[in-house]
Design a protein around this ligand. Structure first.
Ligand SMILES: [Zn+2]
Ligand SMILES: [Zn+2]
Length: 304
């Protein structure tokens, strides 16, 4: 089972306020590190919350409203100044490539590291990454401009290691891959061990679904079904639902409805409007529909 965690770096909508910052999240699945959205000041949040930010391999940008990507050029520049060498891949709307290229061109900057850009497709579910320990998909959200959500999913193997039973055998760790693939192996003395003696049926696959900015739209439910953890924006409270509709955002109750319909295990709400100083009432309101709701508080880490 993968070490799979999410850290909230920014939880407010458009403006910095009440000590809250624009959207950014850090996710790691074992040794693969993702930054999801990169609002202004994200690099400061990464340092403040002691995240292993230099290890970020992939940046996923949901859409091109400034509160979701204005921190990107600052972060890339800092990586360069600190002489990053490792390749970095950015996924985002196709126009983002031109924005990055233009910034680099006018400042005559040459990156020390390889920067790869892959445009997301705002229509349908699309596979972005197929890695040894996880897969990443994008799916469409319904907002003022083309926007995608992302789902990071632990990779499914036929079997899972039974860590208790495995202790009783003299097995080299290099065999673990064969074991999760369902194969029999030999112990250090060359004795055959049947796969089902030391493995068990794979438990539910863990997944994290991220829905950045979107109006209430039940068509997204099919993409996030039974996610272990769902982040869904809840910019407004129910009393401001007309404002939510006008601005193509969601309310606490709407985020909770989506979580309920998708039968997810846990919901995290964020992208809070600056009109709310205390956030507890947003949490309580969402819990009236979906009890397993928590606030996306900055610095907080969630196990997926
Ligand atoms: Zn936003
Ligand atoms: Zn937006």
């Amino acid at each position: 089972m993968a070490d799979f965690q999410l850290t909230i770096l920014g939880s407010n909508s458009a403006i910095f306020n009440h000590g809250r910052h624009p959207t950014a999240q850090f996710v790691h699945v074992n040794n693969t590190h993702f930054l999801i959205d990169c609002g202004e000041g994200t690099q400061e949040r990464l340092v403040e919350h002691k995240v292993k930010w230099f290890k970020i391999n992939y940046i996923l940008i949901s859409h091109l409203h400034g509160d979701h990507y204005f921190g990107l050029m600052g972060l890339l520049t800092t990586f360069n100044l600190l002489r990053r060498k490792e390749k970095l891949t950015i996924f985002g709307p196709k126009e983002l490539k031109k924005i990055i290229q233009m910034h680099l061109k006018v400042s005559n900057a040459k990156l020390n590291f390889e920067l790869k850009f892959i445009a997301t497709n705002p229509d349908g579910k699309n596979l972005l990454l197929d890695l040894p320990n996880c897969t990443v998909f994008s799916f469409p959200l319904n907002h003022k401009i083309p926007t995608t959500g992302f789902i990071i999913q632990e990779k499914q193997f036929p079997r899972a290691l039974d860590l208790e039973k495995i202790q009783q055998y003299d097995i080299d760790k290099s065999n673990y891959k064969c074991l999760i693939e369902g194969k029999d192996i030999l112990d250090k003395n060359g004795k055959k061990i049947k796969n089902n003696e030391i493995t068990k049926k794979q438990e539910t696959i863990k997944s994290y679904a991220f829905c950045s900015d979107t109006i209430y739209d039940t068509s997204i439910v099919k993409y996030i079904k039974r996610a272990s953890l769902l982040y869904h924006e809840a910019t407004y409270m129910d009393r401001d639902k007309n404002r939510a509709k006008e601005t193509m955002h969601s309310t606490t109750l709407q985020a909770a409805q989506i979580a309920k319909k998708a039968q997810v295990k846990k919901l995290i709400i964020g992208h809070f409007s600056s009109r709310y100083i205390q956030l507890e009432e947003l949490e309580t309101e969402a819990q009236t529909i979906f009890e397993e709701t928590e606030l996306a508080l900055e610095g907080k880490t969630f196990k997926v």
